[in-house]
Write a protein that binds this ligand. Structure first.
Ligand code: NAP
Length: 250
């Protein structure tokens, strides 16, 4: 089960955190990978994990906010590996401020990274998937797309938006046997949650609110993405799956 041998995946935000864990998991399942982020050093580290699993890998430095970067990287991936089967829209950022303190730049940066980025990537990837009548698109939303906390208006708006994108594209692309699903992670101690590391107050807040009373492990996100990327998830599209230690069940 969950064998990706012969499949090619493109992962954004692959220089650390979830993206690195997803890359490692998909490579262990047999996929060849195009990895995309702004930091070459992190991409090269992820590439090492991929190669350890004997898979082929291409690293592409670029910014998801720039449609030309994204199109060029996806095109390069197809040139190198002959096709594109799986797109993981994972790159994302957070800004936490009360609304009066949010600048125009904050707003556009979060929206353009978390929402325009997945749109640009999907638009560039879909023609290759349509040609072969097979595709898997997995969008990384957040539990903050389903519920909310104060001082996260840009983040929550973008993560709710990507759920709308997921549903609309699932309907549009079903006829081409391309599925589109989203995952909604809860609290994980990646760099995105840097403020929680070593801050007992923030840590306690998260633990009190998480029924399973722990932070998630990025490998657990990798496993869920692997399922959604595999043949076994063929009848699922337009869904949003929380992986949040029970947070959104409350
Ligand atoms: N950690 C959590 O608890 C949590 C919970 C729910 C959802 N999420 C979502 O999961 C995704 C991954 O987050 P993470 O926790 O792994 O965060 P992370 O460790 O901060 O990693 C974010 C990744 O996105 C990349 N990235 C950021 N801006 C980019 C841009 N403009 N262009 C290209 N790449 C960009 C970063 O690479 P460079 O800096 O090298 O570009 C990095 O690889 C995000 O969408 C986040 O919103 C995380």
């Amino acid at each position: 089960m969950f064998n990706l041998t012969g499949k090619v995946a493109f992962i954004t935000g692959a220089s650390r955190g979830f993206g690195q864990a997803i890359a490692t998991t998909l490579a262990a399942a047999g996929a060849d990978l195009g990895l995309f982020a702004r930091t070459e050093e992190g991409l090269l580290e992820t590439a090492k994990f991929v190669k350890n699993h004997g898979r082929r890998v291409l690293t592409c430095v670029g910014d998801v906010m720039h449609p030309d970067d994204v199109s060029a990287a996806i095109q390069k991936t197809v040139e190198q590996f002959g096709k594109l089967d799986i797109l993981i829209n994972n790159a994302g950022i957070i800004v936490r401020h009360p609304i009066e303190e949010l600048t125009d730049e904050d707003w556009f940066k979060v929206m353009n990274t978390n929402l325009s980025g997945p749109f640009f990537c999907t638009r560039a990837a879909v023609p290759y998937m349509k040609q072969q009548k097979w595709g898997r698109i997995i969008n990384v939303s957040s539990m903050m797309g389903l519920v909310a906390l104060p001082e996260r208006v840009t983040y929550s708006t973008s993560k709710t938006g990507i759920i709308g994108m997921t549903k609309s594209l699932a309907l549009e692309l079903a006829q081409y046997n391309i599925t589109v699903n989203a995952i909604a992670p809860g609290p994980f101690l990646t760099e995105l949650n840097q403020q929680a590391k070593g801050n007992p107050v923030v840590n306690q807040f998260y633990m009190e609110r998480t029924p399973l009373k722990r932070w998630g492990d990025s490998g657990e996100v990798g496993s869920l993405v692997l399922y959604l990327a595999s043949e076994e998830s063929a009848f699922m599209t337009g869904t949003v799956i929380p992986i949040d230690g029970g947070w959104t069940a409350q």
